[in-house]
Design a binder for this molecule. Structure first.
Ligand SMILES: [Zn+2]
Length: 643
């Protein structure tokens, strides 16, 4: 099946504007097919031609304005539409096949009780398996959905339920304009729990056989959801832009979660059936916050084309982690991000297969998924965190809110966002964007010190280097932390500006000070860079680390030790003795997990020099805590779909 190309999308966008989708699905057939009828109203340049996408099991009828079209003209997934009028009405009736791959309309029979559950996954270009559509992110339109299904079932969709005209019939309110990849519904004997918050109706769904497990954990799911809503309402001028906020935990889900407006779908591994670590609970909370961030960044304002899919994910990753850390009991989310997610980003960025965070152009939809990796998610989110530090939080939020206001329920590009941030901060972001978003690989920040006979520093500096393969130095806004043996911490924030300091920046505030304590570059983890301690600080780690109160600082020190061993800059036995000396005192489960996981990978990497497998995918037993995109690619042999 051909994948829509960027050129085709641009051409079609210039020709048509979609006014509305009216979708009617018949889910009463017990077999492997369901009925689908859609009426699409769209404007077009009269006399022109285009095509609509659909992947039916059987095409039953096609009517364009007052003409019946021959269903036989369907070629692969494209139905040609010629002789368009200014105003058009297209109706396509078809039989569609249920899927068991997590794409399109997924059908699952619960082995626990034989019950059948359906859920729709339209991302990236799979709405075509549910109904005919102009399937590209910048042809957004309101969707009015109606469903016929067994009367004892429960059906939910993006829009609010508007009417139940008779048993077995559900009619949903028209949604605001949606991108086609965001259309979703669930149908089946779902267990549901309802609540509301700040005037927003909330619901949580799972299959009946998991009801007791969900109910046992319901309070945390709703509490995290409400806390995140409140925090987003503090950060964003625009209130939550959709009618309700449902979350459905669904089986055999091909991702961690999907940000369908009004009806987020999440893998039901997040309905814990047994005791789990707080790290797993935190991952669920950051996933809830991640999907909620998409309601604004992705759903309210949607990318124009898949070029900016990375931005969508990086933003949700950044905001999801930030809001979970700031608004829920999981205030260590940035520690998990530093030791687990960024490790994934650093590994991916140092591979020969590395690529810039922001690709120049994505030629077709299928290619859009190729960059769904540690660079798009983890590095991208970390680079955004750096941008916030570099611009200042007020300017960042002012720019972001202006961006939302300018493009609400529409589409926008990276350039639009950079323009809004530039206007709000009064800074030109083009140089920053070129170095951070268009150039691959990672810088190394190394502490350098010199001490006088009186024991005071005569020089303290941060040097920045880049690999010869990608010799790009970048502006970094960082902090240098000084961790004294008595537990006191002082922090100096500074700008590294390669254009003025040629990669060496003095930390003047420390010159002349007693050369005591451990100096930690990138303290607070504001930037995306490998770090190296000065020799005196590296020697102090085994004594300072066990008593360090701040888990994020501990995560950074462990990261430095692991990375230096992996790069062969420090002997592995030194790492082993550090683990023996300091890890028993480690209280953060995620740090202990990652240090053991990564050190294993590092020791094998050092011996075989192959890059480490991302920690969470190493051992399938931990699948539920595996990050959303590390799911097994059950899809047709294309790269894993997004979340
Ligand atoms: Zn996402």
């Amino acid at each position: 099946m051909p994948s829509l190309t960027r050129a085709e999308a641009t051409a079609r966008r210039a020709l048509i504007t979609v006014v509305s989708y009216e979708v009617d699905l018949d889910l009463t057939g017990g077999g492997d097919r369901f009925g689908s009828t859609v009426t699409i109203r769209f404007r077009a340049t009269p006399g022109t031609a285009t095509f609509v996408e659909v992947k039916p099991a059987a095409l039953r009828g096609v009517r364009l304005n007052d003409r019946d079209l021959d269903p036989g003209t369907l070629t692969e997934n494209r139905l040609p539409l010629a002789g368009l009028a200014g105003q058009n009405t297209l109706t396509v009736s078809a039989e569609m096949a249920y899927s068991n791959t997590g794409e399109g309309m997924h059908r699952f029979v619960d082995p626990a009780d034989g019950e059948t559950y359906l859920y729709a996954m339209s991302f990236l270009d799979d709405v075509q398996r549910i109904f005919a559509a102009f399937d590209q992110p910048d042809l957004k339109a309101p969707v009015t959905l109606s469903v016929t299904a067994p009367p004892q079932w429960t059906v939910a969709a993006n829009g609010q339920l508007a009417a139940r005209p008779r048993p077995g019939r559900w009619e949903f309110a028209t949604t605001p304009p949606l991108a086609t990849y965001l259309v979703s519904l669930i149908a089946g004997p779902w267990h549901v729990r309802r609540d509301s918050h700040d005037g927003i109706p909330l619901a949580v769904y799972c299959r009946r056989s998991l009801a007791a497990h969900l109910d046992a954990d319901l309070d945390e799911v709703f509490t995290v959801t409400k806390q995140c809503l409140d925090r987003f309402h503090q950060l964003f001028a625009e209130r939550y832009p959709f009618a309700k906020y449902d979350q459905a935990f669904v089986p055999e889900f091909n991702a961690g979660a999907m940000e369908n407006p009004g009806l987020v779908t999440l893998r039901d591994d997040y309905v814990f059936r047994s005791a789990v670590t707080d790290t797993q609970r935190e991952l669920r909370a950051t996933t809830i916050a991640h999907e909620m961030a998409h309601m604004w960044f992705g759903d309210l304002v949607t990318m124009r084309w898949w070029d900016d899919l990375w931005l969508n994910e990086s933003f949700a990753e950044y905001l999801g982690t930030r809001v979970a850390a700031e608004a829920t009991r999981f205030d260590r989310a940035w520690t998990t991000f530093a030791i687990r997610r960024k490790a994934w980003g650093y590994t991916a960025d140092q591979r020969p297969s590395t690529h810039p965070v922001a690709p120049e152009e994505v030629a077709d939809a299928a290619q859009g998924l190729l960059n769904f990796d540690g660079i798009s998610y983890a590095k991208g989110a970390s680079v955004l965190r750096q941008l916030v530090a570099w611009l200042g939080d007020d300017a960042f939020l002012a720019g972001l809110n202006a961006h939302f206001a300018a493009h609400r329920f529409g589409n926008a590009t990276l350039a639009d966002l950079l323009a809004a941030l530039g206007a709000a901060s009064g800074r030109d972001l083009s140089g920053w964007a070129e170095r951070w978003l268009r150039q691959a690989q990672v810088n190394t920040l190394r502490m350098e010190t010199a001490v006088a006979a009186d024991g005071c520093w005569t020089a303290v500096a941060v040097t920045q280097t880049a690999p010869t393969s990608h010799p790009v130095l970048r502006p970094h806004r960082i902090a240098v932390g000084r961790y004294a043996a008595d537990g006191t911490v002082t922090r100096v924030e500074l700008d590294l500006d390669p254009d003025t300091d040629r990669g060496r920046t003095e930390v003047r505030a420390l010159v002349g000070q007693p050369a005591t304590g451990l100096l930690l570059p990138n303290d607070g983890d504001l930037t995306f860079a490998k770090i190296r301690l000065d020799p005196a600080s590296a020697d102090a780690v085994p004594t300072v680390l066990p008593g360090l109160a701040d888990p994020l600082a501990r995560a950074l020190l462990w990261g430095e030790a692991l990375d230096a061993a992996r790069d062969g800059e420090r002997p592995v036995p030194a790492l082993v003795s550090l683990i023996a000396a300091a890890l028993p005192a480690e209280t953060e489960v995620v740090i202990a997990e990652e240090v053991l996981g990564l050190s294993l990978a590092s020791s094998t990497a050092t011996s075989t020099r192959s890059p480490a497998t991302p920690p969470c995918c190493g051992s399938p037993g931990r699948a539920p805590t595996c990050s959303p995109e590390h799911r097994p690619a059950v899809r047709r042999n294309s790269p894993p779909p997004g979340a």
